[in-house]
Ligand binder design. Structure first.
Ligand code: NAD
Ligand code: TYD
Length: 346
């Protein structure tokens, strides 16, 4: 594999994936296609400026003209689609962008990749497509899709499109479904980075409902190693679950964070529950572990400590991304480069 297109590479997980891939494979070059929504931040890959194996293209995956041209001329050995609207709470306020990016955007990418005969297409999906578990049991790849939020419904729709292209056209696609990620560079709207940054500023930590909902947490670098394993060694047409073997209630996470941050429990604030809040997610990743030899490696307490240190050391990043000033900051720092990147495309 010599040249890949990564979409959504300026977000949390995509940026880690791009850095890991370039570090691991010296012959690989990557084009990063990102719209730079509120969640996309060029700062996340600022260390790659000047790297000849990395190219940024600003664009929308739902823009068929642009995507067809990029993929048609790109000579890509693979497409890895991270680009998405990714936050459940936002999808409850307005599902429009979720349908446009997550469903239409995926369809546009699939058509362009099919027309260009791209040999591998990996759709980065989520365990949330399976819906909610009761107190016991695990999601396997055979668990029926049963999404509950507009976010998970849009991701499930995209998965079904990907599967249909594989089934109908023999399109060489793979799907990964991962559990909740944590680590540096995560937008401070999701549970862990929001609670770390609020606690650092002695602001309340808003727990939805009773805090008894369960998520399976995995470090973002383990997720990205799993995507790499599936991309290179996964069987075409297959789904692979990736999980952290690390189930925690939201209250357990909150107490642990407060302990590691040395902050009082009085910061906890119980607020109204999220509408339709999924009770529990838990992943069986036996298939990826046995077929691909992948396993999560990062110890949760250690990973959380390092994540806290990162947010402590990057208060400016958090302030900029929260206020929406990150693009202006980036242009001040690297303005010429961004201008050139865009000119190269338009
Ligand atoms: P994120 O919100 O941090 O980043 C999303 C990126 O996609 C941003 O850079 C944004 O600018 C870009 N983007 C959005 N719409 C676009 C469009 N129309 N065209 C081009 N780029 C666009 O998301 P994340 O947490 O890094 O998640 C990445 C992927 O992983 C998503 O597909 C998500 O569904 C999936 N996933 C996330 C988690 C998690 O815990 N965060 C878990 C499992 C799966
Ligand atoms: P989140 O990080 O939004 O991920 P997801 O909903 O995709 O799993 O939320 C993780 C859990 O934390 C979920 O059960 C909702 C809960 N939560 C809160 O209790 N308070 C918050 O402010 C947020 C953002 C999430």
């Amino acid at each position: 594999m010599k040249r890949i297109l990564v979409t959504g590479g300026c977000g949390f997980i995509g940026s880690v994936f791009i850095r890991q891939e370039l570090e691991t494979y010296p012959e690989l070059s990557i084009v990063n296609l990102d719209k730079l929504t509120y969640a996309g931040n060029l700062e996340n890959l600022a260390d790659l400026h000047g790297e000849p194996r990395y190219e940024f293209q600003r664009g929308d995956i739902a823009d068929a003209g642009f995507v067809n041209e990029l993929i048609g001329k790109g000579g890509f050995d693979a497409v890895v689609n991270f680009a998405a609207e990714s936050h459940v709470d936002r999808s409850l306020l307005d599902s429009g962008p979720f349908v446009r990016t997550n469903i239409v955007g995926t369809q546009v990418l699939l058509d362009a990749a099919r027309a260009a005969a791209v040999p591998r297409f990996l759709q980065v999906s989520t365990d949330e497509v399976y819906g909610s578990l009761g107190p016991t049991g695990l999601f396997t790849e055979d668990t029926p899709i049963n999404p509950n939020s507009p976010y998970s419904a849009s991701k499930a729709s995209a998965d079904l499109l990907v599967k249909s292209y594989n089934h109908s056209f023999g399109f060489p696609a793979l799907i990964t479904r991962c559990s909740n990620n944590y680590g540096p560079y995560q937008f401070p709207e999701k549970l862990i980075p929001l609670f770390i940054s609020n606690a650092l500023g002695d602001q309340p930590l808003p727990i939805y409902g009773a805090g008894t909902n369960v998520r399976d947490w995995i470090h973002v670098t383990d997720h990205c190693r799993g995507i790499d394993a599936v991309l290179r060694r996964g069987r075409l047409g297959e789904v692979y679950n990736l999980g952290g073997h690390n189930e925690k209630t939201n209250l357990e996470i909150t107490y642990l964070l407060l302990e590691l941050l040395d902050k009082p429990h009085s910061l906890i604030k119980y607020v109204s529950d999220r509408p339709g809040h999924d009770l529990r997610y838990a992943i069986d990743s036996t298939k990826a572990e046995t077929e691909l030899g992948w396993k999560p490696r990062v110890n949760f307490q250690q990973g959380l400590r390092e994540t806290i240190d990162w947010y402590r050391g990057n208060a400016d990043w958090v302030a900029r991304i929260k206020s929406g000033a990150y693009l202006r900051y980036y242009e001040q720092q690297y303005g010429k480069r961004l201008h050139e990147d865009q000119a190269a495309h338009r």
